[in-house]
Design a protein around this ligand. Sequence first.
Ligand SMILES: Nc1ncnc2c1ncn2[C@@H]1O[C@H](COP(=O)(O)OP(=O)(O)O)[C@@H](O)[C@H]1O
Ligand SMILES: [Mg+2]
Length: 394
Amino acid sequence: MSTPTSTPPSTPPSTPRLDVDATLDTASILVCTGSGGVGKTTTAAALALRAAERGRKTVVLTIDPARRLAQSMGLTELDNTPRAVQGVDTSAGGSLDAMMLDMKRTFDDIVVAHAEPGKAEAILTNPFYQALSSSFAGTQEYMAMEKLGQLKSEGTWDLIVVDTPPTRSALDFLDAPDRLTTFLDGRMVRILLAPAKAGGKAYLKVVTAGFSIFTNAITKIVGGETLRDVSQFVAALETMFGGFRERAQGTYDLLKAPGTAFVVVAAPERDALREAAYFVERLAEERMPLAGLVVNRVHRTAAGVLTADRALAAAERLEASGGSATTAGVLRVHAERAALAVREARLQQRFTGAHPAVPVVEVAAQAGDVHDLDGLRSVGADLAGGAEAALPKG
Ligand SMILES: Nc1ncnc2c1ncn2[C@@H]1O[C@H](COP(=O)(O)OP(=O)(O)O)[C@@H](O)[C@H]1O
Ligand SMILES: [Mg+2]
C-alpha cells in the first residue's frame, strides 16, 4: 500500500459538481441558506456580483452583512431600498443593486399599506405591536420572504439573490410561512380575545400559558395598562389578516416556482454539515428546488506535498537532532494544516455519502475576511469552478 502524498479529494469523483454559472444565468430567485456564521451573506453577495458581471440585472437582499462588506457595497443605511452598488463591471449589460433588510420597517410598511384607513397609526404606536414586530421569533424570516415577494412583484430584476437570517435553526426560514399562517389563522386571536371577554387575571394566565411563541414578548410588555393595548392591537390587525396570509402563501409558492433555486451553505465542520444535511432533506420534503451545496472556507493543501504524519515526523527528527527550529516550526504548521484538510475532507465525504446526488462546490478559505468587491469576485470564481478553474489549462 502506498502512502498518500496529498490531501484526498474531499468529494468522490462521482459527486456532481454544482454548476454555479448555469444557475446564475438561468435562475430568477436564488436563496442562500444554512446555519449561522458559515458564509451565507458572503456567498449571497458573491453570487449576486458574479451574476451581475455576467450580464444579469441583479439585486441582493442581505440580512446581516458584516460592517466592512456592507460599506464596500454602499450599504450604509437600513432603509429597505435597493441601491446600485458602485464598482461593478457592467460591460456585459448587467447591474447590481443591494439592500439590507430592516425587519421592523418591512412590517411597518405592510401595516401602512394594508390596514384599514385610520387604523395604521393605532397599530404602529401600539406597544404590543412594537414588541411583536421587533422580537417575534420568525418575524425576520417572514419579513425576508415578504420583501422577496415585493422585489419580485416590482419586476425590475432578472435575478433576486436572498440571504437568510442568522437563525440558529436553519429550518426557521422554511417554517416561517407556516408559523405565520398559523398565527394569522387566528389561534393567537382566539387566545387573546376569548379570555379578554372574561377579563381580569384569567386573561393573563391563558395568554402566558397558551401562547408560548409570544411568551417572551408578552411577559415583557403585559401589565395592567397594556392589556387593553393587546386586544386593541389584535382587533386592528385582524382587519389585515387575510392579506397577510395570502401573501405569506404567495411567497411560499414563489419559493417552489420554476426559476427558484436554493443554495445550502455550510462550513466543512461537523455541526454545519449536519445542519446542511438536515436542510437538504427538508427542502426535498417541501419540494423546494435545491441547486446544491456550497462548502465554504475549505482549507486545502497543494497536491504532492507532505502528509501531516510525515511533516510531523520530519519536524520531530529535526528537533531531536538539533536541526533548524524554524524549519521544524514550518513543518509543524504544515502538519496542522494538512491534518485539518484531511479532517474537513472526511466530514464532507460523510455528507456526500449520505446525499450522493446533491451537487457540491467548494470555496477556499481566503487569507482574510471577505470585505470588498475583489474579495467577493474571488469567492465567486471559486464558486464557479473552484480550484479546477484556477488550474492552468493544457
Ligand atoms: N471563504 C471565506 N474565506 C474567508 N473568510 C470568509 C469566507 N467566507 C466568509 N468569510 C468571513 O466569515 C465571516 C462570516 O461570514 P458571513 O457571510 O457573514 O456568514 P453568515 O452570513 O453565514 O453568518 C465574515 O467575516 C466573512 O468575511
Ligand atoms: Mg449573514
